[in-house]
Design a binder for this molecule. Structure first.
Ligand SMILES: *[C@@H]1O[C@H](CO)[C@@H](O)[C@H](O)[C@H]1NC(C)=O
Ligand SMILES: *[C@@H]1O[C@H](CO)[C@@H](O)[C@H](O)[C@H]1NC(C)=O
Ligand SMILES: *[C@@H]1O[C@H](CO)[C@@H](O)[C@H](O)[C@H]1NC(C)=O
Ligand SMILES: *[C@@H]1O[C@H](CO)[C@@H](O)[C@H](O)[C@H]1NC(C)=O
Ligand SMILES: *[C@@H]1O[C@H](CO)[C@@H](O)[C@H](O)[C@H]1NC(C)=O
Ligand SMILES: *[C@@H]1O[C@H](CO)[C@@H](O)[C@H](O)[C@H]1NC(C)=O
Ligand SMILES: CC(=O)N[C@H]1CO[C@H](CO)[C@@H](O)[C@@H]1O
Length: 686
């Protein structure tokens, strides 16, 4: 009797020690109990999970602390009962240190529970640095909501911002950041936005830390048409996903063993790109005369298989690339093969969508890229002399309509060759002016074209009025944009092989004596093989702020990268705002415009120098065009041909107005505003 007692005491003691060790092994975890009152102890170990939560006061200056309605406190773990809310300022940010380059799970909880007694569900935006993460909408979320991403920060400081977008007050309950291993959840580009993470079991309990060393939260799920299988034996969870063992000791099989095991959900956006992670372990004692083998299909197409789940050992099947769903329904099916005697089985699964955070998270002291382009500099120094207009090389076709002045140097040319070309250009200009009659070029690899003298310099000072330059009016701006767009269209469609400019920016748009626009500086341009590939992989080059984020993250260059840069230029032409401004809450111009658009007031977006002298229809249309050009997803950007057509139509609608008197300015309708704003994606509960 005596000894039995001693044994159980020892066992309890051991358990307690294990728990303590785990509670301390939260290396790199940040667990913020937002709004924890100063008079309460911080940090503290949350009782159920052992997670060490601390107050958020060291990470944010502003905001007030609140506590959910008292009668609901018992429904939530302690960290979720207090919150911080932000009645003042549009944008309030947490700054949290992380390990740059390492994958992190980043999660935030929002439990409203009528903390303010107003009983109005708030709606606001959550940003990761300059990038929109998600719109948080508490409507219908009586138990609160949460959002989670797997993301590799590009800076050692992660900025998480709450942005007021309407009349309600942003708030946050907890912020949870966990460093992860590098060899799991790998995407071709972008970060992962969690849709659901489930383990298949009957019980209603969720799994998280300490069972899950990364503190992923696994909710339970079992459909009526499934049968639960479970084991009391240990399941080997040794792979790069470090799954919690207790999420693997249960699994589902279809009750009717001839039926497939199907997981379906509605996709609210046809462009959603999914990554799936499915986790299998054979946990039944399969007899030697039995076989469990199945194929996996994704939207009816073969995805993987045949698969025989390894015995009591986890096997993870993951997407190597993003998958899309047809017709708004995503369907994932496990179907037994003909030789299988047992139905398919699934232990746990995770579904994510790709989320892009295109704007750099880094601050001034930590500039990401700076491309110093000697070739370009040397070419541009030419433009101060009398410039010969000359075509030497390449294999451009004669332009369809008006010749477009082009200066091209392929990126592989050495500086010496360029100098030689320049000299040759001057010689040829003197001797044989007919050669410089523009338009087409023919040569194997790479040489140069040089453009004419442009007395009005580049576009930038004409927007800012700096350096004594005149400020150009709205219709001239539209015309300049249209002419520059035509130049790009010509590069993309008129040249064989097609060219990508790669450095489209306002300072590369030059204005001649009649303010006619010329696209210049082809120092970074690349040609494409005719036919064949849709993209080329290249080193990233361009100018910060104008670089296509998709090209930046994938190194895959297409002509749509120019469309992105052109969109940024068009935004500059419209707003006269700097492309990157670290003093501005929304560092990048696309973010700033996106943010201002929420107010629906075009006057706050348009360049004040224009003094309201523009037709709001053409202004909205140009703005809409600029935003679609600078869409983070290249497939959603228009072609330059489309851009040219749109700008011509803008110009056509603006010109008649200029001949009549001013004053019939209409205010934008709210439907126009809504069209411009990408509503993003919300996790849907099933
Ligand atoms: C993950 O990869 C990044 C970049 O390769 C590296 O800097 C970092 O140290 C890695 N982290 C871990 C935990 O392996
Ligand atoms: C909120 O939580 C309670 C208790 O867990 C549950 O019964 C209820 O269905 C939940 N409501 C919603 C809308 O999820
Ligand atoms: C984890 O991933 C790396 C890289 O893909 C691979 O070399 C390694 O074998 C994996 N480890 C396990 C345990 O699967
Ligand atoms: C099981 O599924 C098969 C194929 O769908 C069907 O023919 C059969 O009637 C089902 N059996 C039961 C008992 O529902
Ligand atoms: C395999 O053998 C077991 C018992 O020996 C039997 O119950 C089961 O039906 C057999 N399965 C098949 C597919 O023959
Ligand atoms: C399973 O997949 C394999 C490989 O693609 C294929 O040969 C086989 O026909 C499939 N079996 C079933 C039942 O779909
Ligand atoms: C080779 C050469 O002449 N390079 C010149 C290119 O232009 C830069 C700046 O104008 C000069 O510093 C280089 O010497």
């Amino acid at each position: 009797m005596q000894s039995a007692c001693r044994v159980s005491v020892v066992v309890l003691g051991t358990l307690a020690i294990i728990h303590l060790v785990q509670a301390q092994d939260q290396q790199g975890f940040t667990s913020l109990d937002c709004g924890l009152p100063a008079d309460e102890r911080s940090p503290y170990d949350e009782e159920r999970t052992g997670l060490r939560f601390s107050s958020d006061t060291a990470f944010i200056q502003d905001g007030k602390t609140g506590r959910i309605q008292a009668n609901r406190e018992s429904e939530f773990l302690k960290p979720y009962t207090t919150l911080r809310y932000f009645p003042n300022g549009r944008r309030n940010c947490y700054n949290i240190n992380v390990e740059k380059g390492r994958k992190h799970l980043i999660r935030a909880y929002f439990i409203y529970a009528n903390y303010d007694g107003l009983d109005i569900n708030p709606k606001f935006d959550l940003y990761l640095g300059p990038n929109l993460w998600i719109t948080i909408n508490l409507q219908g979320k009586v138990n609160g909501t949460q959002t989670e991403i797997l993301h590799i920060p590009t800076s050692n400081v992660l900025q998480i911002c709450l942005v007021k977008t309407g009349t309600t007050t942003p708030f946050i309950s907890t912020l949870e950041i966990r460093p992860m291993g590098n060899n799991s959840y790998i995407t071709k580009s972008g970060s992962l936005f969690l849709w659901f993470r489930r383990y298949l079991t009957k019980s209603k309990t969720y799994i998280r830390y300490p069972s899950d060393e990364y503190d992923r939260v696994w909710s339970s799920s079992l459909r009526d048409e499934w049968t639960l299988v479970s084991t009391t034996l240990q399941v080997n969870n040794f792979n790069n996903y470090s799954l919690p063992e207790n999420a693997l000791t249960t699994a589902a099989t279809p009750t009717n063993s001839s039926e497939p095991l199907t997981i379906q959900w509605a996709s609210n956006n046809v462009n959603n790109q999914y990554y799936l992670y499915t986790h299998f372990a054979e946990i039944q004692d399969v007899q030697t005369n039995d076989t469990r083998e199945f194929n996996i299909t994704w939207n009816g197409e073969h995805y993987f298989g045949p698969l025989i789940p390894p015995k009591f050992t986890v096997h993870t099947i993951y997407s190597q690339r993003a998958e899309t769903c047809k017709g708004g329904i995503c369907s994932f099916e496990l179907m037994r093969t003909s030789r299988s005697t047992l139905p398919p089985l699934l232990n746990a699964y995770e579904v994510y969508t790709v989320i892009h955070f295109p704007q750099s998270e880094t601050n001034e002291n930590d500039e990401p890229i700076c491309v110093i382009d000697v070739l370009k500099q040397n070419l541009s120094s030419c433009s101060t002399q009398e410039n010969p207009r000359l075509c030497l090389s390449g294999s451009c076709l004669p332009p369809k309509s008006k010749p477009f002045p082009v200066a091209i140097v392929a990126s592989t040319v050495s500086v010496a060759i360029i100098i030689a070309v320049l000299i040759l250009a001057f010689v040829l200009r003197k001797k044989k002016p007919s050669v410089v009659g523009v338009g087409y070029c023919n040569e194997r690899d790479h040489l140069a074209l040089i453009y004419e003298f442009v007395p009005n310099g580049d576009l930038r000072p004409h927007l800012s009025g700096k350096a004594g330059r005149s400020i150009i009016n709205w219709s001239s701006r539209l015309r300049i944009a249209m002419e520059a767009a035509s130049g790009l269209e010509y590069l993309h469609t008129g040249c064989i092989p097609p060219m990508v400019h790669r450095d489209v920016k306002t300072t590369n748009i030059l204005l001649d004596e009649h303010f006619k626009a010329k696209l210049a500086h082809f120092g970074l341009s690349r040609s494409f093989p005719v036919g064949g590939e849709s993209h080329i992989s290249t080193m990233i080059a361009g100018t910060p702020g104008y670089i296509d984020p998709e090209y930046y993250s994938t190194s895959r260059l297409t002509e749509k990268s120019d469309v992105y840069s052109f969109g940024v230029v068009l935004l500059e032409i419209i707003t006269n705002e700097p492309v990157l401004d670290h003093a501005r809450a929304q560092t990048h111009i696309t973010q700033w415009v996106g943010f201002e658009l929420n107010s629906g007031d075009i006057n706050s977006i348009m360049d004040p120098y224009l003094q309201g002298d523009y037709d709001s229809h053409s202004a909205w249309r140009a703005l809409e065009l600029a935003m679609s050009c600078s869409n983070p997803s290249s497939t959603r950007r228009p072609s330059m041909s489309h851009v040219v057509i749109e700008l011509k139509e803008c110009l056509a609608s603006e010109n008649p107005r200029r001949n009549t008197s001013r004053g019939n300015m209409d205010s934008p309708s709210s439907s126009e505003v809504i069209m411009l704003i990408d509503t993003g994606m919300f996790p849907v509960a099933r």
